[in-house]
Design a protein around this ligand. Structure first.
Ligand code: 3PG
Ligand code: MG
Length: 408
């Protein structure tokens, strides 16, 4: 995969597909981790004299997070410290005029590409965005692994019309995940509630014998404990409400098939009602061995489990963590997730952290991302790539290189 960092860009009009998709609350973007990451690529190209056109989506049609990119453009300006122009248009006359008028080093942000139906719905990823913007640009850069699993126009479509390259964020993310993909004896630590994603990675890595162990926490652990026949107390209602009881048979099958490789908690932190005379009613943490759970919900792993998991971390060369071990947003139930993250940050292993909640937990505990091998910006794309699947965005870049050779 050729990288834009290796090529001359001065004077070139470059379409840069980033992933500025941020969490949104009441119409405002909250959390700018992705904006900060891609700002580096955008600034780098601008500093080198390119004429930069930023393309991104935000949210999904019909949801509250489906907003324009105006706030993102302002955030980019703040972070980069250079002028950033925004036009509320993607392929219309306003956008096209603004692209034509760019000077060396200028940065232009177009509107949310998903405002065009063709972005997500064109069967071959060659919607009108490709038709209108291709004649106005010299190069295309894909900078986000986090969108590379989507066969959308702005991700795969430009590969038919101009030289395409990987940006720094995509390149770094691929390098990091490849380190793990080529590794053996990888320790996985899975939590959270994205059960299907965890199952997919487990099946892949446990079947070919390259996973050392899978340490389980979060709702995933509750499901496995239930599948193993343990009483999970009031967490059973949670499993039912979230449709996870339907996954119990598959969980049991995995435990049978990969005997001893899937490590479950031996004790847990239960949330039980505290004093009744306070308002709102207090919730307290109660430790319990998994054999003795009767009441309360499982909200964290217990201290003996933490000890076991930390020891595994200390004996690993490669670690992948995806999903928190408990309700890390509450101090009393954050101990498991915090201890695991702290141990990973201290260890010499190459570690890959993925999933929005894992990253939020790391930030909440004040842990420095530089103490981890790589902190991924991707969700589903990371899971698919870890499962060995070919991502359409990455495949498009690789094919493009043969079709549009460029001298350095
Ligand atoms: C994400 O946050 O998962 C990426 O930005 C991709 O968005 P999508 O899941 O809506 O395609
Ligand atoms: Mg997604």
């Amino acid at each position: 995969m050729r990288r834009i960092a290796d090529y001359e860009v001065r004077g070139k009009r470059i379409l840069v597909r980033v992933d500025l998709n941020c969490p949104v609350e009441n119409g405002k973007i909250i959390g700018d981790t992705r904006i900060r990451a891609h700002a580096g690529t955008i600034k780098g190209l601008s500093d080198r004299g390119a004429r930069v056109v930023v393309l991104s989506h935000q949210g999904r049609r019909g949801r509250d997070d489906f907003i324009t990119l105006e706030q993102h453009a302002r955030a980019l300006h703040r972070i980069i410290g250079k002028d950033v122009t925004y036009v509320e248009d993607v392929v219309g006359p306003k956008a096209r005029e603004a692209i034509k008028n760019l000077k060396d080093g200028d940065i232009l942000v177009l509107d949310n590409v998903r405002h065009l139906h063709c972005e997500t719905e064109h069967p071959h990823g060659r919607g009108e965005i490709i038709v209108h913007l291709s004649p106005l640009a010299d190069y295309y850069v894909l900078d986000a692994l986090s969108v590379a699993h989507r066969k959308h126009s702005s991700i795969v479509g430009f590969s038919h019309s101009m030289p395409c390259f990987a940006g720094g964020v995509l390149a770094a993310e691929i390098d990091a995940v490849d380190k793990v993909r080529h590794g053996r004896d990888v320790t996985f630590i899975f939590g959270g509630s994205k059960v299907e994603d965890s199952f997919a990675v487990m099946k892949r890595w446990l079947s070919d014998g390259r996973a050392k162990e899978v340490l389980v926490g979060g709702a995933l652990a509750v499901l496995f404990l239930h599948a193993q026949g343990h009483n999970v107390g009031d967490s059973l209602a949670y499993l039912k409400d979230s449709g996870l009881t339907g996954k119990a048979a598959e969980a049991r099958e995995l435990l049978d098939r990969f005997d001893g490789k899937i490590v479950l908690p031996v004790d847990v932190g239960l949330s039980v009602p505290g004093a009744a005379d306070v308002s709102p009613p207090a919730i307290i943490r109660q430790e319990s061995d998994v054999q003795n759970i009767r009441k309360g919900q499982i909200w964290d792993i217990g201290p003996r489990t933490v000890e076991r998991y930390v020891e595994a971390i200390n004996n690993s060369h490669f670690i992948v963590m995806n999903g928190p071990a408990g309700v890390y947003e509450l101090d009393d139930f954050s101990r498991g997730t915090k201890s695991i993250l702290e141990a990973i940050s201290r260890s010499d292993a190459f570690s890959l952290l993925g999933g929005g909640h894992t990253i939020s937990a790391m930030e909440r505990f004040g842990l420095d991302p530089r103490n981890f091998g790589y902190v991924s910006l991707s969700g589903k794309a990371l899971i698919e790539y870890l499962c060995g699947e070919e991502l359409p965005g990455v495949a498009a870049l690789n094919e493009n290189e043969k079709k549009f050779p460029v001298g350095k």
